[in-house]
Design a protein around this ligand. Structure first.
Ligand code: HEM
Length: 318
């Protein structure tokens, strides 16, 4: 698969996948919190407080995982770039060179500062403005992933286009996947609490998320096609290269997620509004929580595929 052919390369894939997933989740949950949960749960204070407390706990866990996997990524990048074994790289000054003299290292320093600002915003979450500053830091943390991968090494004007497309791509990935996790959490919280008019709350939240979902999916698709156009370049390269075939696996998973999203939008969400049959409403909420969880699991598998995709020579380079 790549020049390493060794455990460093495998660990790099695992660490990148974990980092992408945790960082994307942070942005998605904070977007959902401000764009969906706050307006939808305005009239249900208790459900809103419980959702917020649980959502913030998940954001904290994801932030710790994102920082830890980010540091592991830097440590693994040293042997990956130098060709030394992990032990040799740890004993040499390569890490210093990676951190201070490579684009990856310099971007990682900026990303660490963004993570610290985000943590400060989460600590002072009740202060005015910190929710928005926290969201902006989270968007910067996920968007800057684009500068660490293939998009960061495309030269010239095409490079600017590639960076814009990839930044939109990872932010949209966060909004959709983190949003799915938040919706599943909101469904579970309201299902357990069953506050007055809870099915209406769920219907309102699901409708609002559906709009966010459509915008995220459209952005993912268009930016994904741009990414693929730049890094694959032809149908032939898509079909005959390792990179191309792995991208086909990714797109297939994406299509399955879209089918589940269509089920949510055209069957389950309308069923939530059928106040004549409370049993059907409850059933729809349970099914919605299940399909959101399956979609989320497929999204996490896509992050694993992307963990590998960024370590392979793009098809158009072969
Ligand atoms: C749920 C859906 C998707 C998620 C979560 C997702 C996530 C990601 C992430 C996190 C990256 C890494 C960015 C980087 O390393 O710079 C990425 C890169 C990429 N994505 Fe997606 N993506 C999704 C859908 C798509 C679709 C539908 C396409 C194609 C039409 C696509 C094509 C690509 C390509 C070509 C890259 C560049 C990989 C590289 O750096 O070599 N993605 N995606």
């Amino acid at each position: 698969m790549n020049g390493f052919g060794s455990s460093v390369g495998d660990w790099l894939i695992v660490v990148r996948a974990i980092h992408f997933a945790a960082t994307a989740m942070i942005a998605g949950i904070l977007i959902f919190r401000i764009g969906v949960a706050e307006p939808a749960l305005r009239s249900a204070r208790q459900a809103a407080q419980i959702f917020d407390m649980k959502a913030l706990r998940i954001v904290w866990i994801c932030l710790l995982v994102s920082v830890a996997s980010g540091i592991a990524w830097i440590l693994l990048q040293a042997p990956a770039i130098s060709g030394l074994s992990f032990e040799e790289a740890m004993g040499s000054g390569v890490i210093g060179t990676v951190v201070t003299e490579t684009q990856f290292g310099q971007v990682s320093e900026i990303r660490l500062v963004l993570a610290i600002v985000l943590a400060a915003c989460l600590v002072s979450d009740r202060l005015a403005g910190t929710r928005w500053l926290g969201l902006v830091s989270a968007l910067g943390l996920v968007g800057s992933i684009a500068w660490t991968g293939h998009a960061g090494s495309t030269a010239g004007e095409l490079g600017i286009l590639h960076l814009i497309a990839d930044t939109l791509h990872v932010v949209a990935a966060g909004a959709w996947i983190g949003g799915l996790a938040s919706l599943a959490l909101l469904l579970v919280v309201t299902l357990r609490r069953q506050a007055d008019g809870w099915t209406w709350l769920v219907h309102d939240a699901t409708r609002r998320f559906s709009t966010l979902g459509i915008v995220s999916v459209a952005t993912l698709l268009m930016s994904g096609i741009a990414n693929a156009g730049i890094l694959v370049g032809s149908l032939h390269a898509l079909l005959v290269t390792d990179y191309g075939r792995l991208l086909i696996v990714k797109i297939t998973l994406f299509v399955v997620m879209l089918a589940l999203a269509a089920t949510n939008r055209f069957w389950l969400t309308p069923a939530l509004a059928d106040s004549s049959d409370i049993g059907r409403e409850r059933g729809a909420v349970r099914w919605l929580a299940r399909t959101c969880t399956i979609e989320l699991a497929l999204g996490l598998v896509i992050f694993a595929v992307v963990g590998a995709l960024g370590t392979i020579h793009p098809a158009n380079h072969l």
